[in-house]
Design a binder for this molecule. Structure first.
Ligand code: ATP
Ligand code: LTN
Length: 331
């Protein structure tokens, strides 16, 4: 890894099947940034246990997520790609940063409010202090830029606040990270309730398209997508369902909203939904083929994640020890 390129850090939770929202909002950018930047990407398994996971499924899903990241185009030769829990510094740094974050600021996090409503029987302290672990991830690697979907903007702001607060006390320890949010695709909505974001942990399987969904399932989900009674493919306030489908189509085809309106002028929603479904199927097909190939070679995956964790640890420990020394620990 070269020293003069700016550094990118991002992560994704292995909390379910990765969705089209994850792909268009985040992963596609991860791939595109690899030539210009020094990229570090993580499967955020520690974050995922803020919601209860079934052990056997969780173990399987961590590896699947790792393979899927390579299948979408993260190149382990160019970028560091590792599993968060394999580098102990993430948990250690999260503890330190918890002590530089305020109860009040964490209480205002929308994700915490949403998830505590959705998992009312398990509002654990980890769910609350989730942003400290996320700040630890980013700050350990002195990342300049963090590619994420729009829903993570608030978490990034808090990471910046924590970093600034720490630097103000101890001098320049952390690089202050900037968010990198795509112009289109930053917020893909649920196909069943288009005012909610498409989320892989949504119980309604028809609300999301998984990257690994079979073509017939993808087509069915798009045909059933909730729209309105207008029957005119036009981007407008109040047409959340159609706006979302147009956003997906635009994000994949590169066409503007005006071009899409012209293409489907005089055609009904049925034709439009089929066109969106087909372009999604075509985009995901090569990713799926690569994924199934990779999963045949678990030894290869294991050698990759072990090596990357060792490489990541060297960078992470340097920042961890520097922060500890600044705080006054003996080590
Ligand atoms: P969960 O439902 O378990 O909270 P998630 O689907 O929101 O998970 P994350 O692992 O939290 O996924 O997010 C991974 C990345 O994908 C983040 O950068 C996030 O901003 C982005 N992302 C998630 N959902 C969407 C979406 N619907 N549209 C655009 N980007 C998204
Ligand atoms: N909270 C993020 C996942 C995540 C992350 C990060 C993203 C964990 N650590 C560090 C960017 C940088 C999410 O997407 N829900």
């Amino acid at each position: 890894m070269s020293d003069n390129k700016k550094r990118i850090y991002s992560a994704i939770q292995p909390s379910g099947m990765l969705t089209l929202g994850n792909y268009l909002g985040a992963l596609r950018n991860w791939v595109n940034l690899q030539d210009e930047f020094e990229c570090i990407y993580t499967v955020a398994d520690l974050h995922a246990i803020t919601v209860r996971q079934n052990p056997a499924e969780f173990r399987k899903r961590i590896l699947e997520t790792y393979a899927l990241l390579i299948a979408v185009g993260v190149d382990p030769e160019k970028s560091l790609l590792f599993i968060q829990s394999h580098v102990a510094a993430h948990s250690q740094m999260a503890w330190l940063l918890n002590c530089y974050a305020q109860f009040g600021e964490f209480s205002r996090m929308t994700q915490f409010k949403d998830k505590s409503l959705r998992h009312a029987d398990n509002v654990n302290v980890g769910l609350f202090s989730y942003p400290a672990l996320m700040a630890a991830d980013i700050l350990l690697y002195q990342a300049d830029l963090v590619p994420v979907g729009a829903d993570q903007k608030q978490h990034l702001e808090i990471s910046r606040d924590i970093a600034n607060r720490f630097n103000n006390i101890y001098g320049d320890v952390f690089t202050i990270p900037e968010p990198y949010i795509p112009k289109v695709g930053a917020r893909i909505m649920s196909l069943q309730d288009p005012i909610k974001k498409m989320s892989k942990s949504d119980d309604n399987v028809n609300s999301w398209v998984a990257i690994l969904d079979k073509p017939e399932d993808i087509m069915r989900k798009f045909k059933r997508a909730v729209t309105d009674s207008d029957a005119c493919v036009k981007y407008a306030d109040g047409k959340d369902g159609i706006n979302n489908l147009m956003g997906i189509y635009s994000s994949i085809s590169g066409k503007t909203m005006e071009e899409i309106e012209a293409e489907f002028e005089g055609k009904g929603y049925g034709d439009f939904k089929v066109a969106v479904g087909e372009c999604v199927v075509d985009t995901l097909k090569p990713v799926q083929d690569k994924y199934y190939d990779l999963m045949k070679n678990k030894d290869y995956l294991e050698s990759l994640y072990k090596q990357s964790a060792q490489d990541a640890e060297k960078i992470a420990n340097k920042t961890l020890y520097k922060s500890m020394r600044k705080i006054g620990f003996i080590y």
